[in-house]
Design a protein around this ligand. Structure first.
Ligand SMILES: Cc1cc2nc3c(=O)[nH]c(=O)nc-3n(C[C@H](O)[C@H](O)[C@H](O)COP(=O)(O)OP(=O)(O)OC[C@H]3O[C@@H](n4cnc5c(N)ncnc54)[C@H](O)[C@@H]3O)c2cc1C
Length: 598
């Protein structure tokens, strides 16, 4: 190659790289714009409202963060997209694993310390029976901050009116909570009406039943008492920064029932928007299989987790972090349903007709007490796995016994037992498309009797196509027409599947999937097909943050004034409430002492 040619080539390579970068940026921008979040080029000409700290989202992270910042002297506005506060937290079981030496642990004689919490949540040696690790990929800086603030955050909840069930900490309800010692406390439902039913619990169990209502309603009272301004049905759409990629954050735009409002944040903005698994395109960055049919996000329709916080922050330069925690096969990121025949079928949440969101949920579902009573088939009417199989496992105190921190023996003590139900359900039908498609529970009228189901609305959702009935199996197959069923169920397939399964019941052996002694034939009409598609549950990867919960860019540089925690933050594999509350405690204090901008 001549010098001239080399020069020409170098230029064209440079130009190519430049053009590719520009094209990628345009694609990225297009993607973000498509998600309804515009790039924040210029701040609004005028601000409609202002506060020192603006918190986005009134769930387990946002509500306590707002109170903490307010009590530290900041004027706080809290915007919430939904019609009520609470987020997924108010629908939750209220099982809260905050430890490190809480007063509840001390009262029960449990020795714990921040160092032990840190050690447990960063222990490389923990693996699940399917070989996947819970804690190996946690960010040490983020876990250290959690460990150090865990006990103070618990005491803070007590001081702000949260009543806990009066018993020693345990390892009962939450999962992935750490190994060494019991840490989990349970916020008592008390007299608050539950969001699931619209009614309070029976007075005899109010103080002994764990519930997210018992966490969030007292905090709502505390927030109002402290003077936090709560704006419901205000959905953040944009975060403004001095320039899209440099300088402090300035404020946000919100959508208030179609009207645009801009809110200035003089000190800081806290993103507490609860994660990304409700956004199909976003969640498919972690797992391409999770296409549209996984529409039963747990916690919905009370509140969504549509990645709006992540997307708005990424539009001003924020980075994502800790992505393995979302893709690793452990915990409750994707779950087996607990009810069938309705869209929102998460195993620990049933919407009842008295709920304020029942018109959106449409049905309560039929709770399955024994998976022997149904077979599960894919879009082609074919079985794909042992129906009694379960979702991915998660670490808990009982799994590794005895547990020796950091020891290779922990893994040696685990019997390798893969839990592949979810993978089989998401495998698809071999047509080259992503996504497993709808999964249908097929059963007969004898199963209805055994399960004591009433297969009628409001228990099942016939109108939206999540439940079908027919007198013959071929009629049933033909009836299965709905939004996500992209191919017809061949009637012959369903007949053959049921006939083969019935022969396994006669033989006492499932030749295809090893279901332990198949028990019941599917023979007595009418026959039923009920939605039983896996449920997307929590987000465990999100924005890159540091120990102070400050959001960082791709180079680890803090975006001045921007904070995040809970399910929208990355770096932490633990499920649920504890990390959200603890990060609220951290972010609220740090946001309140930011310098005020002019
Ligand atoms: C049924 C169920 C049971 C659970 N049980 C437990 C349990 O027992 N123990 C446990 O530890 N964890 C549990 N969890 C998980 C726990 O509830 C969540 O991890 C926790 O609530 C996450 O807190 P967060 O603040 O990040 O999100 P959330 O609590 O979901 O709050 C996010 C809030 O942000 C709002 N929001 C989103 N986008 C915007 C926007 N653009 N503008 C304004 N507001 C916005 C949402 O509407 C929502 O109110 C459970 C979850 C569910 C669904």
């Amino acid at each position: 190659m001549t010098n001239e040619e080399e020069k020409k080539n170098t230029i064209s390579r440079r130009q190519f790289l430049k053009r590719t970068a520009a094209a990628s940026a345009a694609v990225a921008a297009g993607g973000l714009v498509q998600q309804g979040v515009a790039f924040a080029k210029e701040k609004p000409a005028k601000w409609d409202k202002e506060a020192d700290v603006v918190v986005i989202g009134a769930g387990a992270m946002g509500l306590p963060a707002a109170i903490v910042a307010r009590e530290a002297g900041a004027k706080v506005i809290l915007v919430e997209a939904a019609f009520d506060i609470g987020g997924h937290a108010i629908t939750s079981g209220g099982n809260i694993p905050l430890g490190g030496g809480t007063s509840a642990q001390k009262k029960a004689g449990i020795n714990d310390s921040p160092d032990l919490v840190f050690q447990d949540l960063t222990d490389w040696s923990i693996v699940q029976p399917n070989g996947f690790p819970d804690y190996r990929y946690n960010d040490r800086e983020i876990i250290r901050a959690f460990a150090d603030n865990s006990a103070p955050a618990f005491e803070w909840l007590l001081a702000h009116g949260v009543v806990f069930v009066d018993k020693a900490p345990d390892t009962f309800g939450g999962i992935s909570v750490g190994n060494s010692v019991p840490r989990e406390m349970h916020s008592a439902a008390m007299t608050w009406p539950t969001v699931q039913t619209g009614k309070p619990l029976d007075p005899t169990v109010q103080a002994t039943t764990s519930s997210g209502n018992g966490l969030m309603r007292p905090l709502e009272v505390a927030a109002k008492k402290a003077g936090v301004e709560i704006l419901l049905e205000h959905k953040m759409t944009t975060i403004y920064r001095q320039t899209p990629n440099s300088g402090r954050v300035l404020g946000i735009s919100v959508d208030k029932k179609g009207a645009k409002l801009s809110i200035r944040a003089k000190k800081a903005i806290i993103i507490a928007t609860g994660g990304s698994t409700g956004n199909v395109n976003f969640r498919r960055m972690f797992d391409p299989r999770l296409t549209e049919e996984y529409c039963g996000l747990s916690g919905m329709p009370w509140s969504d987790q549509d990645a709006s916080g992540e997307i708005a922050a990424m539009a001003i330069g924020a980075s994502l972090w800790g992505l393995y925690n979302q893709t690793g096969e452990f915990g409750t990121t994707i779950t087996k349903p607990g009810t069938i025949g309705c869209q929102y079928n998460y195993r620990n949440l049933r919407w009842m007709p008295g709920s304020a969101v029942f018109r959106l949920a449409r049905a309560s579902g039929l709770p399955v007490s024994n998976w022997q009573n149904v077979i599960l088939v894919n879009m082609l009417g074919k079985r794909f796995y042992d129906e009694t199989g379960d979702q991915f496992t998660a670490n808990n105190a009982k799994l590794v016994d005895p547990y020796v921190p950091g020891s290779y023996l922990n893994a040696e003590k685990i019997d390798y037992k893969p839990s592949n139900f979810i993978n089989a359900a998401l495998a698809g039908i071999g047509d080259g498309r992503n996504g497993g498609g709808p999964i249908w529970a097929i059963f007969d009228s004898d199963a209805v009797t055994r399960e004591r189901w009433n297969p009628k609305p409001p228990n099942v959702d016939i109108d939206a196509g999540f439940f079908f009935t027919a007198d013959t199996l071929s009629e049933l197959a033909a009836k299965i027409v709905m939004k996500y069923q992209r191919v017809p169920v061949p009637p012959k397939n369903l007949e053959e599947t049921v006939a083969r399964y019935n022969s396994f019941v006669d033989a006492g052996k499932d030749e295809d999937f090893g279901k332990p002694t198949p028990k019941y034939k599917i023979a007595k009409p009418p026959f039923y097909a009920a939605w039983a598609t896996p449920v997307v549950h929590d987000t465990r990867a999100g924005l890159r943050i540091n120990a102070k919960c400050q959001v960082q860019d791709l180079n680890g540089k803090v975006i001045p004034g921007l904070y995040c925690g809970g399910e929208s933050a990355g770096g932490f594999s633990q499920h649920g409430l504890a990390r959200a509350i603890c990060q609220a405690y951290i972010a609220g204090r740090n946001a309140a002492v930011e310098k005020t901008t002019g």
